[in-house]
Design a binder for this molecule. Structure first.
Ligand SMILES: [Cu+2]
Length: 481
């Protein structure tokens, strides 16, 4: 096939193809779906992020970590301990102060993903923290117990900083959640799943081509908590896994290698009303899953894997392979007293919506100098307010990907929302969408409606959480007055 015909087959117009050799060559070096089923045993013990010590300084900095081999390489993280940051825990109702220091040679900031907090604390790209500068993040945590996270949020460089290691977990706990008596202590394990690519020297590589800015920058290794091919030792009981998809673009179709059921008890914004018994779970970037796994039917010495199965309908580069993520090695028997609750925590009903807004997701083929991924025909402009919302109002926002070819995990800042409907594509509300959400996967051909009440004043963002799409400008401002 001639190069020009090849590009046309990918959907490029003749005009787009005519716009420059550098674009052509970057396309020809594309690696749309790298092989992730690399050989090797799961023989490295799963790292667990440290717990944040209250009022200690979170420092964005370069440090060293072991990733693919035993030799240490330079990575980014929050602190001296290598990739990622400490897990912050706060009680519902707690006022928390998080001193932050930028020890990088470039600007950064922190977005508290999932937390409903004032705009000045939310980490808008307007609010950058310069090299060697510091900032005290202070806010009250007034939301249900759940797994949230934190990461940088600047325009055009979020993908690079997150990929190189800047992310951490923020867990909100509450009395209501404690009363459920869920597995805890050694039976509650955080899992940050991230695919990455590497340079020959073992450092993390971030160099998406123009093609990958559209199709997704997928890695060829999957790390869990920064561990390549990890195992975790378990006993024959129930465990609670607090799972974050911290990847740039990769969607996982989570399942267990023995085809056993697992139990979804929570998603982005907290605990679900009821347990969802699943064999598999489509899990998009920035989504969280609170999962219980029962190992009581296994014998000491057995191993099962958390894996990702093949899937369709999410663009050409996603779901092309089945691969293992994490090995569970059963090392001891125990008597487990955990009882699965028949109901979990009730989901508050939202008021009726006073307005519906449309967000049309499109991918323009070529815009030299500008973004290709657009919302309502626009790319991000920091000073432009795209939507104005009245404080206290309840609205429905519809994300319309009916003409798109790529999946978009859409994230709204400053709120937790409920998914009201999905038409086209998968045509139904998924298990993890039956509770509070801040990120919803909008697959090709789908229109998804979400509903929320705006309780925080100020300037916030709505954007795609495929980090290359976001950095390309698939992000708008909205202001709540
Ligand atoms: Cu997107």
């Amino acid at each position: 096939m001639k190069r020009i015909d090849f590009l046309k087959s990918l959907g490029f117009s003749t005009i787009a193809i005519a716009t420059g050799e550098s674009f052509l060559s970057s396309c020809m070096h594309m690696d749309v779906s790298p092989d992730i089923s690399s050989v090797g045993d799961f023989i490295t013990i799963l790292k667990i992020p440290s717990e944040y010590a209250l009022s200690s300084v979170l420092k964005a900095q370069t440090s060293q970590d072991t990733l693919l081999s035993k030799s240490k390489v330079n990575v980014l993280g929050y602190g001296e301990n290598g990739l990622l940051g400490p897990t912050i825990k706060a009680q519902k109702g707690q006022y928390i102060s998080l001193p932050f220091q930028n020890n990088l040679a470039e600007d950064t900031n922190i977005h508290w993903h999932g937390l409903v907090i004032p705009a000045e604390m939310d980490g808008h790209p307007d609010h950058m923290i310069k090299p060697n500068a510091n900032f005290d993040f202070q806010f009250s945590v007034n939301q249900p117990a759940g797994l949230n996270w934190y990461h940088p949020h600047m325009h055009q460089h979020t993908g690079e900083q997150v990929t190189k290691g800047l992310s951490g977990l923020f867990i909100v706990e509450s009395r209501e959640e404690k009363a459920l008596n869920l597995p805890r202590g050694s039976h509650e394990i955080p899992l940050i799943i991230q695919d990455k690519r590497f340079n020959t020297d073992g450092t993390i590589r971030h160099n998406p081509s123009r093609m990958e800015v559209m199709s997704g920058y997928l890695g060829d290794h999957v790390l869990v908590n920064g561990t390549n091919k990890p195992f975790v030792e378990v006993a024959t009981g129930f465990y609670r896994f607090r799972v974050l998809n911290g990847s740039s673009a990769r969607i996982y179709n989570l399942a267990l290698s023995n085809n056993a059921d697992f139990y979804l008890i929570g998603s982005d914004g907290g605990i679900l009303p009821q347990v969802e018994t699943l064999k598999s779970l489509m899990f998009a970037p920035a989504e969280r899953a609170d999962i219980l796994i029962d190992f009581s039917n296994l014998k000491v010495g057995e191993k099962i894997y958390l894996k990702s199965e093949k899937f369709n309908g999410m663009g050409n580069s996603q779901g092309t392979q089945t691969f293992d993520i994490l090995s569970f090695n059963v090392i001891k028997t125990e008597t487990d007293t955990f009882k699965m609750p028949s109901v979990l925590l009730p989901l508050d009903k939202l008021s009726a919506a006073s307005k519906t807004r449309q967000f049309k997701l499109t991918m323009g083929m070529m815009a030299m100098g500008g973004g290709m991924n657009k919302i309502n025909g626009k790319t991000f402009e920091a000073s432009r307010i795209d939507e104005t919302v009245n404080l206290g109002n309840t609205e429905i926002w519809e994300f319309d990907n009916s003409t798109g070819n790529e999946p978009h995990p859409m994230h709204i800042h400053g709120v937790q929302f409920q998914v009201k409907s999905r038409s086209g594509g998968r045509n139904s509300i998924m298990a993890q969408e039956k509770g509070w959400k801040d990120t919803v996967l909008v697959a090709p051909n789908e229109k998804v409606k979400v509903q929320m009440t705006f309780t925080q004043k100020g300037k916030f963002l709505v954007h795609c959480h495929n980090l290359e799409h976001e950095d390309d400008g698939m992000m708008l401002n909205f202001e709540v007055n």
